[in-house]
Every structure is written in structure tokens, then in C-alpha cells.
Design a protein around this ligand. Structure first.
Ligand code: PMP
Length: 440
């Protein structure tokens, strides 16, 4: 039964071509397991885990029950100067999943807030140890770090910055992106080419003087820009340079944490440990808005030690930091990940996922295919004079055929829930193949 359409005019949709959407709306009304149901009652295979976030699939009863029970018991508690037990439990559970040493957890409500929180913690850390002149941040071209002024400023996606360019955070510079299709097209997993791009950090540090730099922030795998996988040795080199110059390295793991790369975090997958690690999305299967920053013991303890014992150590926080409903959902989600072994499942599905996506090499317009863990992207040759049109049309064709994929520019991206099976992986990419065949 098609649902009745609501009035579509009042809602200003985020990151959306509103006029185009409202002329032909695409509404999802329910979800279970690997599938959405749209407003016309059609089943849609979720090839994107919502927005890289529903890693345990949809409609998980355990999470629903935990949130219900928590809302009945305690709907809200102030997180400043007061607390509630579940926020502490959720933090402890997260700390246990993080790379060793990153065991102090600050709660936020989104990835954007996690990024801005991490930048502020880096500044507060330097101030606390008498190095307040360290105020500069280094991000990376094509990086996505959310939409706060801090995250937008360290981010490297031109379109997201253009309308606000006069008001970005000062003192930010950017490393070059690591994607180079000419050198590394159709690489499976990490490209062998490109570790030397981390040497640009040395150049930027020399340019600005390392003693002015407060932090370096990168996505270990850039998701939003279209699954840009770090070259072998690249993250190791960033780590080495940051350590040498006393600069906190921040990994933005809003997409990569919670199993996307077959481990709890990308840091663990790549064996490189940052000083701060931002997360959101998969932290509670995206059921209730929540983000977090995992902070090294050293940074946390330095900030805690500054000032007299009765002083507030960090002047930062959100009304909803560690909200009871979000914390309940997080604990239930982490239980599910553990009980169902979903991170290991992602690792074991990676070869099938990889060979399925690379099976599309040779399909019309395909100029690159990239993948790692349960994330992949297909980059298309743009149609002359119509950038982005091919990926958008392929997205529409997939949706019509009952499969949700993501498009950004001329890139299609895939990041299914980690409960997907091999048959569904086959369906996903055979629908994408048919869609590409239909695009002129
Ligand atoms: N950082 C990264 C790496 C992300 O992928 C995202 C969201 N896609 C964000 C930050 C921002 O998260 P949010 O949309 O929850 O603010």
C-alpha cells in the first residue's frame, strides 16, 4: 500500500538537491535487516548501511528494547556536574574496543561534533602543558570531517567550503589527497604507490614551524570522497612525523570504526595508533544520535592535571553528551557486534566483496575501482559537460531495481551492513552492473 505523501515543502533537506528531490521524492518508510521499504511498498536492499552507519542492519530488537527500557527508567539526566550509570558503562565498553591507550571517552552527538571536540581537546592539551602557541591544524585535501567550522576548515572538499570560504578557521593547511588513479587504478586494498605523499607533512611542518602545529587530522580511509584507501606505509609515516614533533595525530573514524574495515577501528586494521580518534554512526548503529572521541591517557591526564583540584578541566560539552537513550543503544549495539562477531564477519566477507566489486572492471564508463574492508567505490568517467550525471543516473537505476547505493560526483560508493551475505553481495553488484550498462 503506497503511503500518503506528506507536505514536502517545509523541510529543508541537508546535502540534497531539494528542488530535484521534491519533484520526484524518494521516501523510505520502514526497515528490517538488510532491507528498507519505500513509500510505494518496494523492498530496497541497503548497499550503504544507511549512511555508512547501520553496521548491524536495521530494526534490531535488542537495541529497540534497550532504548525503550532506558527511556522508561530515565529519559534524561544533565551530563554536566551530574551523570547516569549507563554513560559510564558505554564509555567503558568503548574504551575496551579502542587501540591500547585510547581509553578516555568524551561523548558528542554526531561526527561533526566529535571532530570539533577533538580539535578543541588538542588545543586544550597544548595550553595545559604550556605550549599555547600550538594553534595550527593540518588536514588533507578531499578529507571530510563534518560541517562544523572546525571540521569544515580542516576538511578538504571544495564544494563544502565554497559558500563559507571567508569565514573558515584560520591557521589550517592541507596535505595532498592520496588518490592517484593514473598510478594506482583498480588497486585491490591498499595501493603500493603513495607512501611518499606523507612526506608533504614534513614540508608543511618546515613551512609553518612544527612548534605552531596543534594537530594533524586525517580519515585513515577517506570515505565521503569515495573510498580513498591509504597507501602502504603512509599512515605509519604520518605517525612517525607527528611523534617526532610532539603533534597529536587525530584519526577521524566516523566511518571506519565499528567493523567497516574488519576490525574495531581502522587504527587496529592498519596497526597505527593515533592520539585522538573520532567516531559516531556505528557507535550505536545510528539509532539515536551519538558520537564520541577516544583520547589518549596522556592527553587526558595532562588536561586533568592542569589547574587546582576543584576547577573544571575542560570547558566543553553538549546538553546531550552521553544521553541515556543513546548510551543504552550503544551498549546494546556493542553487545550485538560482539555476540554476532560482526567485525570478524566483515573481515571474512572482504574477499567476496572485493572480487564482486572488481568484477565490474570493464563495465561502461568505469575508470577506477577501490575497496578495503566492507567499503568500495566505482569511479566513472564523467559525461562531457555533465559532471556527476552518470553516477546519479546509475544510482536512480539501482534504486528502481531495488538496491540503495551512494553517489557523490561521478563516484558510486558501497558500504552494506556487516550482516550482508554472499548472495546479497552478488545481487548488489549485479544490479549495479545492469545500471551501468543502462547509463549512456
Ligand atoms: N567525519 C567523517 C569521516 C564522516 O564520514 C562524517 C559523516 N559522513 C563526519 C565526520 C560528520 O558526521 P555527522 O554527519 O554525524 O556530523
Amino acid at each position: 500500500m503506497p503511503a500518503e505523501l506528506p507536505d514536502l515543502q517545509s523541510l529543508w533537506m541537508p546535502f540534497t538537491a531539494n528542488r530535484q528531490f521534491k519533484a520526484a521524492p524518494r521516501l523510505l518508510v520502514s526497515a528490517k535487516g538488510m532491507y528498507y521499504t519505500d513509500a510505494d511498498g518496494h523492498r530496497v536492499l541497503d548497499g550503504t548501511a544507511g549512511l555508512w552507519c547501520c553496521n548491524a542492519g536495521h530494526g534490531r530488537e535488542e537495541i529497540i528494547e534497550a532504548v525503550h527500557a532506558q527511556m522508561r527508567a530515565l529519559d534524561y539526566a544533565p551530563p554536566f556536574q551530574m551523570g547516569h550509570p549507563l554513560a559510564f558503562e558505554a564509555a567503558g565498553r568503548l574504551a575496551a574496543l579502542m587501540p591500547p591507550g585510547l581509553d578516555r571517552i568524551f561523548f558528542t552527538n554526531s561526527g561533526s561534533e566529535s571532530v570539533d571536540t577533538a580539535l578543541k581537546i588538542a588545543l586544550a592539551y597544548h595550553r595545559a602543558r604550556g605550549e599555547g602557541q600550538r594553534t595550527r591544524f593540518i588536514g588533507r585535501e578531499r578529507g571530510y570531517h563534518g560541517v562544523g567550522f572546525g571540521g569544515m576548515s580542516v576538511g578538504g572538499i571544495g564544494a563544502n567550503r565554497k559558500a563559507y570560504a571567508g569565514n573558515l578557521m584560520p591557521g589550517v593547511d592541507h596535505l595532498p589527497a592520496t588518490l592517484n588513479i593514473a598510478q594506482a587504478a583498480f588497486t585491490r586494498g591498499q595501493p603500493a604507490w603513495g607512501a611518499h605523499l606523507a612526506d608533504d607533512l614534513e614540508r608543511l611542518l618546515a613551512l609553518h614551524d612544527p612548534s605552531t602545529v596543534a594537530g594533524v587530522i586525517v580519515e585513515p580511509m577517506a570515505g565521503s570522497a569515495g573510498v580513498i584507501v591509504p597507501p602502504v606505509g603512509y599512515l605509519e609515516r604520518l605517525r612517525e612525523l607527528c611523534t617526532r614533533h610532539g603533534i597529536p595525530l587525530i584519526f577521524d573514524e566516523v566511518i571506519t570504526a565499528f567493523g567497516r574495515l574488519g576490525a574495531a577501528t581502522a587504527a587496529q586494521r592498519f596497526g597505527v595508533t593515533p592520539d585522538l580518534l573520532t567516531m559516531a554512526k556505528g557507535v550505536n548503529n545510528a539509532t539515536v544520535p551519538m558520537g564520541a572521541v577516544a583520547v589518549s591517557r596522556e592527553i587526558h591526564d595532562t588536561i586533568m592535571a592542569a589547574g587546582p583540584g576543584n576547577a573544571i578541566e575542560l570547558f566543553h560539552g553538549y546538553t546531550y553528551s552521553g544521553h541515556p537513550a543513546a548510551a543504552a543503544a550503544a551498549v546494546a549495539t556493542l553487545d550485538l557486534y560482539e555476540k554476532e562477531g560482526l567485525f570478524a564477519r566483515a573481515a571474512s566477507l572482504e574477499p567476496a566483496f572485493e572480487s564482486a566489486v572488481h568484477g565490474l572492471r570493464g563495465a561502461p564508463h568505469v575508470k577506477d575501482i577501490r575497496n578495503i574492508g566492507m567499503a568500495a567505490a566505482i569511479e566513472l568517467e564523467p559525461r562531457a559537460g555533465q559532471p556527476g550525471a552518470r553516477a546519479y543516473e546509475a544510482f536512480l537505476a539501482c534504486l528502481k531495481a531495488g538496491v540503495l547505493v551512494r553517489f557523490t560526483g561521478d563516484i558510486l560508493a558501497f558500504s552494506p551492513p556487516l550482516i550482508i551475505d554472499e548472495e546479497q553481495i552478488g545481487v548488489l553488484f549485479s544490479v549495479v552492473k545492469t545500471a551501468l550498462d543502462s547509463v549512456r
